[in-house]
Design a binder for this molecule. Structure first.
Ligand SMILES: [Zn+2]
Length: 409
């Protein structure tokens, strides 16, 4: 990864030092500086950028030093591991209980010290052992940028965490398909015919939700149906609270899900006060603790219900405090941007040149639109715009659910 990103790192260091640019109003040269302050993406990508072992490591969390419980070479991170019986296959190390409010957080200095130790190890074996113990594989090239702090400048991505992991896993529980654990007779397991009814109700909702909210949610109960993160978002926030009511064998599972929805809604606020951030932290703490009671049941054979993506919810409030609201750095705009690149990759011989030409042309046309306020005249996809509706939203596409501009790209 570091060799792949090397040209970017060189450019970022140059920008930190300052490059000569011309100020047209003052008619003079000045030093233009730019600083990278946040890095975000899904968990495997960020692990590579930080040179960490990531979710497959013994200490899988990039924010704290929680030690994983190993089962069949996979490391799970429940807060409570009092049920775990230590065997050769499950070598439990570390405390029996972690407290959600007192996690052993990583610090920048500690991480840099550990990275240096791995880098300076005399033999490959001792480097490997240290890397395993710390979850850090070496000194990351990004640590040479003075504007970044490890690990706080690398917040977990809300889109992947909630809608690509947590929600998908909950649905797998509800439909009795989560891994190979026993779901029979559990209070969260929704019968097949009821789940199919929920799917049909979901489709029916499409007729009453404005198109500006995004594509209609398809029948969620059908095998092989394609659901985007945007569809999962709309389903979670607007549809599931209604169609899931009264559907669980035990209502406490519905209440637990609704507490997740309420905490997610708080995270989506455009502005957050200290009090709201505290509420978010408390909300996720209680939700994860109850998740361990309701789904993990604190049983050794159900350890696989506690992947890193559940634990990571405990770090969201801290990340908001450090980096701002989740919508300021979530992956929607980047994922959408990647989708817009697909039509540009028609040339198999020169794919990179084709992408570069496409990105340049799009940047130019966007600039012309903005400078001359010519969005309508230069709209390349006019049919998809609902002119009768003007939703609130930003013009920078960081709030895609309500952003009209996202349909222009
Ligand atoms: Zn952690």
């Amino acid at each position: 990864m570091d060799s792949f990103c090397y040209p970017l790192y060189v450019e970022l260091i140059k920008l930190e030092l300052g490059i000569e640019a011309y100020d047209g109003t003052r008619e003079q040269l000045f030093l233009l500086r730019a600083f990278l302050i946040l890095v975000f993406g899904d968990i495997p990508a960020i692990s590579l950028m930080m040179r960490m072992k990531g979710h497959n490591g013994l200490r899988p969390c990039r924010m704290c030093n929680i030690r994983g419980v190993t089962v069949d070479k996979v490391h799970y991170v429940p807060l409570s591991r009092s049920c775990v019986v230590q065997t050769k296959d499950v070598p439990l190390l570390g405390p029996r209980e972690y407290r959600a409010t007192n996690l052993p957080l990583r610090t920048h200095d500690q991480m840099m010290q550990q990275a240096k130790e791995v880098h300076d190890a005399i033999t490959q074996t001792s480097a490997d052992n240290l890397a395993k113990e710390y979850g850090i594989k070496g000194i990351p090239a990004l640590s040479h940028l003075s504007s970044l702090t490890f690990p706080t400048s690398f917040p977990f991505d809300f889109m992947h965490l909630i809608w690509e992991n947590t929600l998908k896993n909950l649905i797998l529980f509800w439909t009795g398909k989560f891994k190979d654990i026993d779901h029979k007779g559990k209070g969260y397991h929704i019968a097949k015919h009821i789940w199919e009814e929920i799917g049909r109700d979901t489709v029916a909702c499409g007729a009453t939700i404005p198109a500006s909210f995004g594509a209609p949610v398809p029948n969620i109960s059908k095998e092989g149906v394609t659901m985007t993160s945007e569809m999962y978002t709309n389903w979670t926030l607007f549809i599931a609270p209604v169609v899931l009511k009264g559907r669980f064998p035990q209502p406490k599972y519905y209440d637990h899900f609704m507490r997740l929805v309420e905490t997610i809604k708080l995270c989506l606020a455009l502005e957050l006060t200290d009090e709201m951030i505290k509420q978010i932290g408390k909300g996720f703490k209680l939700w994860v603790e109850d998740y361990e009671k309701l789904y993990y049941e604190k049983k050794q054979e159900r350890l696989s219900t506690c992947p890193l993506t559940i634990h990571a919810l405990l770090h969201i409030a801290d990340s908001i405090k450090e980096c701002g609201p989740v919508w300021a750095y979530w992956a929607y705009p980047m994922e959408r941007h990647c989708n817009t690149l697909l039509p540009a990759i028609r040339s198999r011989r020169h794919p990179y040149a084709a992408i570069a030409a496409f990105v340049t042309a799009m940047a130019q046309i966007n600039q012309i639109r903005l400078i001359y306020d010519a969005e309508e005249q230069l709209n390349l996809n006019p049919d998809k715009i609902d002119k009768s509706y003007s939703p609130p939203g930003c013009k920078l596409c960081s709030f895609p659910l309500y952003c009209r501009r996202t349909y222009l790209l």
